[in-house]
Unconditional design. Structure first.
Lengths: 187, 283
């Protein structure tokens, strides 16, 4: 093997899985920490982006998939554009979230995955996001009814909140898209 | 008349209503006819790509497949939608055999800011200026996905973009330098981790104040909503409130071109922009 070729990950390892699913050769990370230095949310994370990559290299599956970090990442792509090895770290975060959902490991952040699932339910039932229904559904799941009611009321008065969702007629196609997603989940 | 397809996206039918209204108004002043995509659906936004790859691609691709029925370019005002569409475009080009997406990659996908910052449009704006924004000090807040990742956006100066700066200069505003043009506001974390978005907003607003801006200008619905609505609960280090209006670039084009509905758009903001603009003699 030449010196410039990335290490071939061990078969069936967590690293191999991530490399395969994300298409990113994250073995080449040499821990320069530029990703973490520029991350706007680094101080709210339990693992910094460079640490996530290191733990993947060491096959620490539960530690990574159960971390807060993968949910706190806002996909701003600052890390991806600054990586000297051209690793698209934001894309790896997506892959990790997909795996975390399928793994059954308790997520490190409670509400964020709930929000995503409520958001997708909203698309499934209406085709579009009706912001008021989305927020009410999310609140009913997290039992936090009082937060931001003041801002909500102000936005309503300024005409920014629609009471009724808009109508659309692409329902059948949307159902098909979600059907194949749900089939894929059970595979 | 230039004919363009238009994908407003969910937030332009709700919280970002003034963005939609001002885009429609500015387009008509520039003789651009917008054709809203028939039966468009949500692009999947951040929740789909955080959940499942194929689902995220399919939800966005459905809309591009509709756009592909005509040869018009597609105008996309929301950055989150734009990003998802460009991801699908990459997939359609790299893996044409991927059966989960019904899009072939033939639509020219145009983010609204890039679209209105084209050289020919800037020239046209110069000839149509009615009320130059003289004396208005602005900082340009591009946010994340308008410029990143450059492999998708084709923006070369993604660490220090200039196109909105040039646009506002054409409109007569004074564009101030600051270092936070492309820093993240926390986007949809506002619903789940409001604490983090408050922290990021606090920093952005403080830095815009330090640059001595009268207003922040953006083309992103998430950035606008987060910075505009979260000011109430935040305090400046020096004490007092920020009171820093956050405007869509299209509202400023409309203002400089003397559109009659400007006041209606401005009335939809939580942090009132009228006071500042009146002090400058602009409304």
């Amino acid at each position: 093997m030449s010196q410039n070729e990335p290490v071939i990950p061990k078969e069936n390892s967590f690293l191999a899985e991530i490399v395969q699913a994300s298409g990113e050769t994250l073995q080449v990370c040499y821990q320069c920490q530029k990703c973490s230095a520029g991350c706007p949310l680094g101080d709210a994370m339990d693992l910094l982006p460079n640490q996530v990559l290191r733990h993947i290299q060491y096959d620490h599956r539960e530690k990574v998939l159960g971390s807060k970090t993968i949910w706190i990442c806002a996909s701003c792509y600052t890390c991806s554009v600054r990586c000297p090895n051209d690793i698209d770290i934001a894309r790896i975060m997506d892959t990790l979230r997909h795996m975390a959902i399928r793994s059954g490991i308790t997520p490190g952040e409670k509400d964020i995955p709930v929000f995503h699932s409520v958001f997708l339910d909203e698309i499934k039932s209406r085709g579009r996001i009706h912001e008021l229904s989305l927020i009410l559904k999310f609140k009913s799941k997290t039992r936090d009814f009082l937060k931001d009611t003041g801002i909500g009321w102000k936005m309503f008065r300024l005409g920014k909140i629609r009471l009724l969702p808009s109508t659309f007629s692409g329902g059948k196609e949307i159902k098909e898209i979600f059907n194949s997603f749900e089939k894929g989940k059970n595979r | 008349m230039r004919e363009v397809s238009y994908y407003p996206g969910c937030s332009l039918h709700g919280t970002a209503r003034e963005y939609d209204e001002s885009i429609q108004a500015v387009a008509s002043l520039l003789h651009i006819r917008l054709h809203e995509l028939e039966n468009w659906t949500c692009c999947g936004a951040s929740s789909a790509h955080c959940t499942d790859e194929a689902l995220a691609l399919a939800l966005a691709a459905r809309n591009l497949a509709i756009a592909e029925r005509s040869d018009r370019e597609l105008l996309v005002p929301c950055v989150a939608c734009y990003h998802r569409f460009k991801v699908v475009e990459r997939e359609a080009k790299e893996h044409p055999q991927n059966r989960t997406i019904l899009y072939r990659g033939n639509v020219s996908i145009r983010y609204a800011l890039d679209f209105f910052c084209e050289g020919s449009t800037l020239e046209e704006l110069k000839t149509k200026l009615v009320k130059p924004l003289t004396g208005l000090k602005a900082v340009c807040y591009y946010g994340c996905l308008t410029v990143r990742p450059p492999k998708l956006t084709s923006i070369e100066d993604y660490e220090n973009p200039q196109h909105m700066d040039r646009l506002l200069e054409v409109l007569g505003a004074e564009v101030l330098p600051w270092s936070y043009k492309t820093d993240c506001c926390g986007a949809s974390l506002v619903v789940t981790r409001t604490d983090l978005v408050r922290k990021l907003s606090q920093r952005l607003l403080s830095m815009a104040r330090e640059a001595e801006a009268d207003c922040i200008v953006t083309g992103c619905t998430m950035c606008q909503a987060n910075l505009d609505t979260r000011q109430e609960g935040l305090k400046r280090d020096a004490g007092g409130k920020f009171n820093l209006p956050v405007l869509y670039f299209t509202e400023l084009i409309g203002l400089a071109l003397g559109h009659k509905d400007v006041k209606k758009w401005l009335s939809r903001h939580i942090t009132d922009p009228v006071r500042v603009l009146r002090a400058k003699g602009l409304v």
